[in-house]
Design a protein around this ligand. Structure first.
Ligand code: IPE
Ligand code: IPE
Ligand code: MG
Length: 243
């Protein structure tokens, strides 16, 4: 009899490696990003099937504006296109979309698309999908502190959490980064304080169900101690030699 794996409630993913996927095929980088959308569609479905409650993905960082202008504009167009194409199915599949990140700086067309997608899926409860777009962990901490200061509210861990872009979900249990790099690149700096990390060599377009299952299995083998000792975490065993 197979034992069902421990499924993390909240998985967050740095979807990295689209450019290299395209380069290996002598294709333009944007072809890799398009393939990345297909990979995300598959990943969302797989997470819903496995009972994951929240999936958060890093789609465009505050620093990605530094890429060549044609790649940046291509990514903006791809977002608008993907929303138009994917939202009806996400709506049917019970996926609730949130966009996390700085909206100022995005075009009105993209901003309208984000609001429409969030509104269209607002009743869904099967899986929360947070898309971090024009997002940076430092931006999020700074904007939360600034909004508390503007309201004259004290800055505490709880008040900062409440003012940040991910206040509607619990912290991620598992953070996956594809593409082989072992760095956080300004993703969920605050929220990943106690996440388990899994780094996969697969490029994001190649990250399939089996790679997801491997990451979930690695998560299941970790002991999460949250500062405590192992003995405090393990369930108490009955005395082997009573009396
Ligand atoms: C991640 O893939 C997607 C974005 C950052 C938008 P990359 O485009 O960073 O792919 P590599 O790292 O160049 O292969
Ligand atoms: C992180 O990937 C951002 C996203 C996946 C959206 P990058 O490719 O931008 O990260 P670095 O530049 O290699 O650290
Ligand atoms: Mg990259």
């Amino acid at each position: 009899m197979s034992v069902s794996p421990v499924v993390p409630h909240h998985i967050a993913i740095v979807m990295d490696g689209n450019g290299r996927w395209a380069k290996r095929r002598f294709l333009p980088r944007l072809a890799g990003h398009k393939q990345g959308v297909d990979s995300l569609r598959r990943c969302v479905r797989a997470c819903a099937e496995r009972g994951v409650g929240v999936l958060t993905v890093f789609a465009f960082s505050s620093e990605n504006w530094n890429r060549p202008a044609d790649e940046v504009s291509g990514l903006m167009e791809l977002l608008a296109l993907a929303l138009g194409r994917e939202v009806p199915q996400l709506k049917k599949d019970g996926v609730r979309l949130y966009f996390v990140g700085e909206r100022a700086g995005l075009s009105q067309k993209v901003r309208d698309g984000l609001v429409q997608a969030e509104t269209a899926t607002a009743e869904n409860t099967r899986l929360v999908l947070n898309v971090c777009f024009n997002y940076g962990g430092r931006w999020d901490i700074a904007q939360a502190a600034a909004s508390l200061a503007a309201r004259g509210e004290p800055i505490t861990e709880a008040s900062l959490h409440g003012a940040m872009g991910m206040s509607h979900v619990p912290d991620p249990d598992l953070v996956i980064r594809t593409g082989g790099e072992m760095r956080i690149s300004n993703f969920l700096l605050w929220q990943s304080a106690y996440a388990e990390f899994v780094f996969s060599d697969r490029l994001w377009p190649d990250f399939d169900e089996s790679a997801l299952d491997e990451a979930i299995a690695a998560f299941g083998s970790r002991e999460r101690r949250f500062g405590k000792t192992s003995e405090q975490i393990l369930p108490a065993h009955p005395d082997p030699m009573p009396g």
